[in-house]
Design a protein around this ligand. Sequence first.
Ligand SMILES: Cc1cc2nc3c(=O)[nH]c(=O)nc-3n(C[C@H](O)[C@H](O)[C@H](O)COP(=O)(O)OP(=O)(O)OC[C@H]3O[C@@H](n4cnc5c(N)ncnc54)[C@H](O)[C@@H]3O)c2cc1C
Length: 389
Amino acid sequence: MDFRFTDEEDDFRRSVRDWVNDKYPKAKCNELERQEDHDGSNFPHEYFKDLADAGFLGVGIDESLGGQGGGAMMQSLLMEELARNLAGLTWVWGISSFCAKSIQKFASPAIRDEFVPAMVAGEKKVAIAITEPGAGTDLLGGMITRAKKVDGGYVINGAKIWSTMAHVSDFLLLLAKTNEGEKSSFGKTLFLVPTDQPGLVATPIPKLGMRCVGSCEVQLDDAFVPDTHVIGEVDRGWNHILTTLNNERILVAALATGVLRGVLEDSIAYAQERRAFGHAIGDFQVIQHWIADMKMKLSQAELLTYKAAWMYDQGMDTGVESSAAKAIAAEYATWAADRGLQILGGMGYSAEFDMQRYWRDVRLYQIGPVTNEMVRNIVAQSLGLDRSF
Ligand SMILES: Cc1cc2nc3c(=O)[nH]c(=O)nc-3n(C[C@H](O)[C@H](O)[C@H](O)COP(=O)(O)OP(=O)(O)OC[C@H]3O[C@@H](n4cnc5c(N)ncnc54)[C@H](O)[C@@H]3O)c2cc1C
């Protein structure tokens, strides 16, 4: 076993950290996040452009398509370093990466060559539209959005929910029913649906965290998608998505790990500065223990995340490891942000400080992209227990 990063990985991490500290210090991220995104006017377009200009949207994407190359480990280091300051806003990068990787892997060469370089350059935005109002964890059981074959393409009717960035994106990577099929995993197809049409309306839902990046309800009434924009094989869309889900879970684990690190830094700084009873509050043992626990939990989250990323890059199956890393990192980061709030006392509750932002943002990752209850179902099943649902 070798727990060291390569020189390339160390250099990359350092350069991302410098970039984030220079361009997106915590106070700026706090200011940015607080502008609620009702209709796209407060979406941080400049931040998205900065990610593209820095080459970050190309990390994990083939160099032949304008990307930077690199695997899940490089993506995780990027994600973690961004999240230290940007917290939930880091997921803007995750969405772009998930969509670009799926298009790179499954789209026709013409669509791949048109979309991926443009996405890496920040010229085209694509959002993920999989979850439905009646179908989240039980996606296959509750899905109603349907695509009907017509001349030259498909007409889609139905609704999606929580599609983050849908209202500011040029296309949606959308899963719809194309066939009832015998098996529920069969008969679903992935489409790249243009958003610029009257049959598609995306409306942000007010929410707890990452407030400047809207997550939308999407209504589809006879939305049209041309045949060229079918991604992968018709009826096999669910199988395609499954192959990118583990990568997505590792990245969410890295995001939560980055937030945990940000929480730890802010907790130490405040504990050393704030005084009570003639002491810095960091002299009190209870505060020291919370901070020590944060550090120990950070180490565990890092180990699980890096191991899952390493396995993924070796081509190993990470179905259990990527899900477990996501669940543990999300729970530890939420716990740490809660203790961080306590350490900051009243100031933890103040919008002026970053701790409340970390706490709000990181809570999401026990829910999405897969709930921690479903993760435990997966882990239990891997131990030979019967499927519980
Ligand atoms: C801010 C935000 C952004 C999002 N962004 C996107 C996006 O960009 N694109 C997208 O497609 N989706 C997105 N999602 C959706 C997200 O992936 C879902 O919310 C998540 O998969 C959970 O689905 P659900 O909300 O329908 O919960 P439900 O499936 O309704 O679950 C409700 C509760 O029941 C539990 N439960 C359900 N089944 C079981 C079981 N078998 N065993 C034990 N417990 C169970 C769950 O764990 C949970 O506690 C986003 C969600 C949020 C909140």
